[in-house]
Design a protein around this ligand. Structure first.
Ligand code: G1P
Ligand code: ZN
Length: 540
């Protein structure tokens, strides 16, 4: 087998963000761009040589081309075995599971997660390490350093491999194992939940559901789980065929993007449980007859109802810093530890590995448990289904019961799309204003505390500074500011707004949070520094 080595020059922008390297597809299509970054990954993770690599993606445009490039480079790098999803398809949580169960050194997931797909849309490459979780900052830093010093890359000069069927291919010193992961993932879910009880109760309760895969990676897994194993009707599935452009959908499961699901739920009151997942299957949205469940609440509700999760013993919980404090109230009541981490799933890994937490989540439609080291959309949906069937209650009833007991943490996120310079300027100005803001009142609202969130991992002591600016306001209201690390153009300033009310749990979110939202924009000087009089997007 001929190994070809090609000279290359470094790119200066291969610095992974919140969740891998994410750029416009056309950037990845630049000659040698993919090869450079893959070489940087291989070199930064020395033990891949002679080890096992898991490989797959969410099926988006360019997935097929990049899979073949990586297979050929893996042979040149003498990786012992590459486990690749059939047709290159592999959800993020399933990749995490495979890395863990097959003792792989790591995994490469081709996805820009919830960003749209296509030649003029987004692509991404994410590296996960041995524990199955996203590479931590030290590893992504090493990858970035390698990318800045690359001078050549190598690949096996062979035809494309047939990855359309399950089989094993020997190539040089590498074995390529093509796997249909549908069964593997469905088996994992069946090992975590009592499918036979759920199936019986679904029938007894005549439960009707809708699940929207948004034409992304989870379609096949969902059919196997919901229809084949849980006996639900085929009509339960919406957009369950994986398409390279996701059928033009924006596979970010929130109420703005899931029109079809929301309107089906509104028009047919006999369907009491709706759900959706994102491009690579790690995010989830839960919908009741009335409205979508706020992800921060979803985490709290799973924690409060964990006795209905088939015996899952919850040792502790964690939430990302912008996520509302709803889960903190449950943890306090249950007398368990609750950790606050920076944004990004990579920060939960050490806590999960150390057995300190069992459940974790983010406000950005992500929840998961210790069964893998990624958030898991279908797991969360099954967890809700497990609770609903065990308690014979609807989503709306469960949410209302929760608020009645704990009060309600109103939450929304305002996104402002600005230039990179404006984003940096707004954020840095806020960070340097924290000292002077603390203890003052603005528009009659007292700012009790103001600080930059610097994190020290309680398990390994790793530090991650400057992860956001937090303003704690009176009456348990809070503003959090940070810059997105997953965008591909300019900058997005995220302003997270929350307020707690013990008694009033039924107000519309925008009106309840209006005053704090306006204060948030004013304190960030959005009008003055970026000419913004309203957010580009409000998610609630
Ligand atoms: C966003 C979310 C974050 C999530 C990440 C990957 O990152 O806010 O919670 O972990 O996507 O799904 P951001 O763009 O804010 O950096
Ligand atoms: Zn995702």
């Amino acid at each position: 087998m001929k190994i070809v080595t090609i000279d290359t020059l470094p790119f200066d922008d291969q610095n992974p963000g919140t969740s891998g390297l994410r750029k416009k597809t056309e950037v990845f299509q630049n000659p040698t761009y993919v090869e450079n970054f893959i070489t940087a990954i291989f070199k930064a993770s020395g033990r891949l040589k002679g080890g096992i690599l898991v490989l797959g993606g969410d099926g988006r445009y360019y997935n097929d081309v990049v899979i073949q490039k990586i297979l050929k480079m893996a042979i040149a790098f003498e990786i012992r075995r590459v486990i690749v999803g059939q047709n290159g398809i592999l959800s993020t949580p399933c990749a995490s599971h495979l890395i863990r169960t097959r003792q792989a050194e790591g995994g490469i997931i081709l996805s820009a997660s919830h960003n749209p797909a296509g030649p003029d849309k987004d692509f991404g490459i994410k590296y996960n390490t041995k524990n199955g979780g996203p590479a931590t900052e030290d590893v992504t830093g090493a990858i970035y350093n390698q990318s800045k010093n690359i001078s050549f890359f190598s690949f096996a000069d062979v035809d494309d491999f047939d990855i359309s069927k399950e089989h094993t291919i020997e190539a040089g010193s590498t074995t390529i194992e093509v796997l249909d992961t549908t069964k593997i993932y469905a088996d994992l879910m069946e090992s975590l939940f009592d499918f036979s009880m759920m199936k019986t109760k679904i029938k007894e309760q005549n439960l009707k559901i809708r699940f929207d895969a948004m034409n992304a990676v989870t379609g096949g897994y969902a059919r196997e789980i919901f229809v084949n194993r849980l006996g639900l009707d085929e009509s339960s599935l919406l957009n369950c065929v994986t398409l390279s452009d996701f059928g033009g959908l924006h596979p970010d499961p929130n109420p703005t993007n899931t029109h079809e699901l929301i309107s089906v739920m509104k028009n047919d009151s006999s369907i009491s449980f709706g759900s959706a997942s994102d491009g690579d299957g790690d995010r989830n949205m839960i919908v009741g007859g009335k409205s979508a469940v706020v992800p921060s609440d979803s985490l709290a509700i799973l924690c409060a109802n964990s006795q209905y999760l088939n015996g899952l013993k919850v040792e502790g919980v964690a939430r990302s810093m912008p996520t509302s404090g709803a889960v903190d109230r449950v943890a306090k009541e249950l007398n368990m530890n609750c950790y606050e981490t920076p944004t990004g799933w990579k920060f939960f890994g050490s806590l999960l590995d150390a057995g300190k937490i069992t459940l974790c989540g983010e406000e950005s439609y992500g929840t998961g448990s210790n069964h893998v080291r990624e958030k898991d959309g279908l797991w969360t949906i099954l967890a809700w289904l497990s609770i609903l069937t065990a308690r014979n209650m609807s989503v709306d009833e469960i949410v209302e019961e929760h608020w009645a007991k704990y009060g309600r943490d109103y939450f929304l996120r305002n996104d402002y799309n600005v230039s990179s310079e404006q984003g940096a300027n707004i954020y840095n100005s806020l960070a340097s204003a924290t000292k002077s803001l603390k203890g003052t009142s603005v528009d009659n609202v007292k700012i009790l505390d103001a600080y930059v969130f610097n994190y020290e991992d309680p398990i390994n002591g790793n530090k991650a500074d400057n992860q956001g600016v937090i303003l704690d306001l009176e009456n348990e209201s809070r503003l959090v500011y940070r810059l997105s690390g997953t965008g591909t153009v300019g900058a997005t300033l995220r302003v997270y707004v929350s307020a707690y009310d013990k008694n009033d749990t039924t107000s519309p979110v925008p009106s309840k949070l209006n005053a704090v939202s306006i204060l948030g924009a004013k304190l960030a000087k959005l009008q003055e520094l970026a000419n913004k009089d309203k957010p580009d997007l409000s998610v609630f």
